[in-house]
Ligand binder design. Sequence first.
Ligand code: UDX
Length: 432
Amino acid sequence: MKIAIAGTGYVGLVTGVCMAYHHHHVTCVDVDTEKIGLMRQGIPPIFEPGLTELMAESSDNLEFTSDYKEAYRDAEVIFIGVGTPEKKDGSANLSHVFEVVRQIAETVEHDCVIVVKSTVPIGTNDKVEKALRDNLVHPVKINVVSNPEFLAQGSAVHDTLHASRIVIGAEEKEAGEIIQRVYEKFDAPKLLTNRRSAEMIKYASNDFLALKISYINEIANLCEIVGADIEDVAKGMGYDGRIGSKFLNAGIGYGGSCFPKDTKALHWLGNYYDYEIKTVKAAIEANENQKLKIIKKAHKYYESFSGLTVAVLGLTFKPGTDDLREAPSLVSIPILLDDGAKVKVWDPAGSRNFQKIYPVEIVYCDMIEEALKGADLCLIFTEWEEVKFLQADDFKMHMKKPVVIDGRNCYSLDTFENTGVLYDSIGRRTVK
Ligand code: UDX
């Protein structure tokens, strides 16, 4: 099929490449000409394992352009995968979505199905369809289908090719069938439903996962107080199939482009309809507190950070990405800097983006040892494999005072027993 994709971020580009891999003819559209230039050379503008290889393998079916007219004019299906960032009040900013809608309305010359993949508030697909029909320049038949995306960064290609489910929300049977045909070669359960349910499935899924993380983080905080061990507690809970063992890793809070934004957006939407979703509100609040946990812990050992050298391992919101959006490191590092600490960081992917925010205030290290050298304190924000590999000796050898606060529970407590390293993690006893 001839497919156009609006937006070449994580959702748009990965969807486009995977569609091309499954032999659709795909044109990816983006306003950013620099990004288009890179992609034409086979270079993805985002860091995502396996994407470069799949782009190369599918290049015969893949085009990139900034000329939306060329892409939309005779497409059979147009996917909208542009961003819906958070507005100041927590609601979703739909301006990019409606800009694409405007461009489609002015351009399409054949009947086609418009698929909204961006995460949008419930009812948006109806508005998109109305805006399209009201503004179509040519007399064509269009249908709007909601098809939310569930990929996670760092495993986006795998999550798309082997999706947990493909949700298709359509109001007209024919449109739903066309999108089912688009996904014919994708090996995943397909759920056909109406548009509002599809929109809600996305928010309900993301917010449930965020809630699960905030819940385990609060249980971890209580574990520290009462002397229980969160790793064993989570393991014991996970054996129950009704609970499941995934997303029970306690830490310093969830970040990224989805959970923080989507929890706030659903909470905002509930309030808009005069219905407060108390569970989601609690998840948001618990996460805000959790992000400060590493600094609160550090204060147990140092009243002030002034004059201290602090090694920071990991900046990104999770491993396998260079994305810093809503990363807990963004909350804590300014506190260290304001207090007068010398901050040395190591991150194999995120440093470049962090450097754009803090070009000179921070020392960026290529090697972990360099960051640890002479440090009075080490804070772990991201569970990169290289960090998980470290032994007690690595901290002891390089740091001035081996005080390690691990926000992602990268090690077993045994690693630090009788080593002279002070190891404080989340929801577990402190090893001294
Ligand atoms: C998430 C959803 O997983 C995905 O389905 C959706 O489409 C987009 O949002 P992503 O944001 O890429 O994906 O990352 P994810 O792996 O879900 O992690 C999000 C955050 O939660 C990270 O900061 C991670 O560290 C944190 N997390 C995750 C925990 O703190 N504990 C866990 O057990 C799992």
